[in-house]
Write a protein that binds this ligand. Structure first.
Ligand code: 0X9
Ligand code: ZN
Length: 298
């Protein structure tokens, strides 16, 4: 294992090597496991950061659901680094058990590095109309608006809910941890600078949306305090567009994790998905501020 730089976008093996490095270097605090395998057999790795205190709240953070959104895994690993280095003597960090899956779509991520920079889906199937949009494949309202039944489309939902090993891996892991008191589910995407909460499958709001809005406002404020741009806040279905089968809807609707958010990182369209590496550090820094603000409130 080895460290990362956050001055360049790293390949899957380097990111997985970084997780191994943390588990080797901080064995009391960090542990790595593999929660599943991709269509092409690549491991989906999970890093847990915990001091073992029973009263801790549990926070899930994932990245890399969409292959081309490289700022997402870069930001998630940056947040991991900040938490590990700052863990001792920071009551906010110590009050949580942290679960990180930085790259949920490893096949697509590698494909976007080696073949097609703008690849989005996983790598199900062969060259002709390959791939399932993993963020249309989760099982809450699967098959509804904003998801396609056509494999040739960028938002192809798959043959059924959790048909893909990548979405099944996270479903199996989170639903197996029945004793874990999940409080937040945070999924990092790009781009657009949004903090989104359920529902995404249509324009309705959850009954407790005022809580999600209040905590989301703290995150928006923290990003601005950290020197970042003003992120927009709202429900996915109303602020962005209705899109069914998303991970956030599943986390809230099926797993009962109250504070479920999708964070759309920088930028607002100048570079879009092809955000230059020089933006990794400012983007990740403001995202870490947002995570702290959310965890402080829940
Ligand atoms: O469309 C998506 O999957 C997300 N935007 S992205 O540009 N990263 O593809 C937004 C997902 C919001 N959540 C739900 N629709 N459930
Ligand atoms: Zn995305």
């Amino acid at each position: 294992g080895h460290r990362l730089t956050w001055q360049a976008y790293h390949r899957l093996n380097d990111i997985n090597g970084y997780l191994d490095y943390l588990a080797e270097t901080y064995p009391e605090l960090c542990s790595v496991s593999t929660i599943g395998s991709s269509v092409q057999g690549r491991p989906i790795k999970l890093l847990k950061i915990s001091n073992g205190k029973k009263a801790n709240k549990a926070v899930w953070i994932d990245g890399g659901i969409h292959a081309r959104e490289w700022i997402s895994p870069a930001t998630v690993t940056y947040i991991i680094n900040q938490i590990v280095l700052g863990y001792d003597n920071d009551p906010l960090l110590e009050s949580a058990d942290w679960y990180f899956a930085p790259i949920l779509n490893p096949d697509g991520y590698e494909y976007s590095h080696s073949v097609d920079r703008l690849w989005r889906k996983n790598r199900r199937g062969s060259s002709f109309c390959a791939g399932v949009d993993l963020n249309r494949n989760f099982g809450h309202g699967w098959g509804g608006q904003g998801a396609s039944s056509n494999p040739c489309v960028e938002t192809y939902r798959g043959s059924g809910p959790f048909s893909e090993p990548e979405t099944a891996a996270i479903r199996n892991f989170i639903s197996s941890q029945t004793a874990v008191p999940w409080k937040a589910y945070l999924s990092f995407h790009s781009y657009g600078q949004y903090i989104l909460y359920p529902w995404g499958y249509d324009r309705t709001l959850p009954s407790d949306y005022t809580d999600l809005d209040r905590v989301g406002r703290k995150a928006v404020e923290a990003i601005r305090q950290a020197g970042g741009p003003t992120y927009r806040l709202g429900s996915s279905g109303k602020l962005l567009y209705p899109a069914s089968g998303g991970s956030d809807d599943w986390a809230k609707g099926q797993m009962g994790i109250k504070y479920a958010y999708t964070l759309e990182l920088r930028d607002s369209g100048r570079y879009g998905f092809v955000l230059p590496a020089g933006f990794i550090q400012p983007t990740a820094k403001e995202a870490y501020a947002a995570v702290r603000a959310i965890v402080a409130e829940i």
